[in-house]
Each structure stands twice: as structure tokens, then as C-alpha cells.
Design a protein around this ligand. Structure first.
Ligand SMILES: Cc1cc2nc3c(=O)[nH]c(=O)nc-3n(C[C@H](O)[C@H](O)[C@H](O)COP(=O)(O)O)c2cc1C
Length: 197
């Protein structure tokens, strides 16, 4: 089930921060929910996808039925201001892509799609990952947050007692789906009764 009142489409940008698995799992979850995906992977994202998940953008797109658009194709539909795009999610989001967004730079399809989301007041969600964060990262996140971007750190919670990497990844993916506005059953929701058990 999706929360859109029309056939939804989500742009998923995978940039070159560690944590490619979050992007892979998000793509799978969106596909399971019947949401159309436009997938864009940066050159560095291609490297982390291979190194961390042993997959390629092409294989991932085929697995989840996504339309794969080239990062260099600045004129692709993902960057269209008039196309019915419901949300743009950059997961994971590198410090480089974060910095470009904070400076208003849309020099590739991921950054341009995000800038278009800002100007069209579409939902824009970024999932930064770095450790530790430099002040410039923190200032850029604050700037984007102030402009309406949802910043979801790649920081799973542990209050539901995760027992696997999948549980940890799902925690973050569930928060992303919540913010897109999609109904889902991934992960356990806090009920308020847990501390009494
Ligand atoms: C294996 C690997 C892991 C990386 N991990 C991170 C990371 O966690 N966070 C980050 O901001 N950059 C990370 N980088 C560096 C980015 O890939 C690099 O800054 C690049 O310019 C990002 O470009 P993009 O935003 O266009 O993908 C990593 C690079 C490699 C090769």
C-alpha cells in the first residue's frame, strides 16, 4: 500500500558514502510497496555498491524494476520540475553531495534532482554518513534542514534489540519510508509498553 493519491514515483540517488546497503534495501522496500523508482548512482556510489554489496547499479535496477538514469544525464526525468515525482531520496549521501546541495549546485543528476525537489517543494530526504562529521558537514546539514530537507542520519536505534545487520538497516529504511509518507510493515514500532516488560 502506498500513501500517494496517484501512482507514485521516487528518485533514489546512491552517492559515494559508505552504507550502500541502505540504498539497496530502500530500493527493495520501495519495489515491494509497488512504488516506481528512478535510480541514479554516482561514480563513487558505483564503487561502494561493488565493494560493500557486491552489486552494480544495473543489477540493482533490474532486481527492483527501477529505471536507471545516468548521473551525467542532467536532462533525465528525475530532474524534471513538471514530472510527477513524489520524493527524492539520497541514500547514502556523501559529504560531497551534501556540500553541493548546501551551495545550490546541481551539476549532476543526483544533485540537480535534489535542487529541483527544493524549488518544487517536493519531499527531499538525505541520509548522510560520515564519522566524525566535520563542522562543514554539520553546518550544511543544518542549512538544508532549515530549508525543509529531511536529514535522516545513517544511525539505527538499538531500542528494538536488533540481532542482525538487516535489522539495523531496516530501522533506517523504515524511517525513510515514514518520511516519504508510505505505509509499511518494516521493523517494529515503539508502543510505549516496552520498558514495563
Ligand atoms: C570505500 C569508500 C567509502 C567512502 N565512504 C564515505 C563516507 O562514508 N562518507 C563520505 O562523505 N564520503 C565517503 N567516501 C568518499 C566519497 O565517495 C567522495 O567524497 C566522493 O567525492 C563522493 O562523490 P559523490 O557524492 O558524487 O558520490 C568514500 C569513498 C570510498 C571509496
Amino acid at each position: 500500500m502506498d500513501g500517494f493519491d496517484h501512482m507514485g514515483e521516487v528518485v533514489l540517488g546512491i552517492s559515494g558514502a559508505s552504507g550502500a546497503i541502505y540504498g539497496v534495501r530502500l530500493a527493495q522496500a520501495l519495489n515491494e510497496l509497488g512504488i516506481g523508482i528512478r535510480l541514479v548512482v554516482s561514480d563513487s556510489g558505483r564503487i561502494t555498491l561493488k565493494h560493500e554489496c557486491d552489486t552494480t547499479p544495473e543489477a540493482l535496477a533490474e532486481e527492483v524494476g527501477a529505471i536507471l538514469e545516468a548521473q551525467a544525464n542532467i536532462g533525465a526525468k528525475s530532474a524534471s520540475g513538471s514530472a510527477p515525482i513524489d520524493a527524492v531520496v539520497i541514500c547514502p549521501c556523501s559529504g560531497t553531495t551534501l556540500g553541493k546541495l548546501a551551495a545550490g549546485i546541481g551539476d549532476n543528476l543526483i544533485t540537480r534532482s535534489a535542487i529541483v525537489a527544493m524549488k518544487e517543494q517536493r519531499k527531499l530526504i538525505i541520509v548522510p554518513r560520515e564519522a566524525p562529521y566535520a563542522t562543514v558537514h554539520l553546518e550544511n546539514m543544518a542549512k538544508l534542514s532549515g530549508w525543509g530537507t529531511v536529514v535522516i542520519p545513517a544511525s539505527p536505534g538499538f531500542y528494538n534489540h536488533p540481532t542482525s545487520i538487516d535489522d539495523l538497516v531496516d530501522f533506517v529504511v523504515a524511517r525513510i519510508l515514514d518520511q516519504i509518507g508510505l505505509e509499511h510493515t518494516i521493523g517494529k514500532r515503539w508502543t510505549g509498553e516496552e520498558l514495563d516488560e
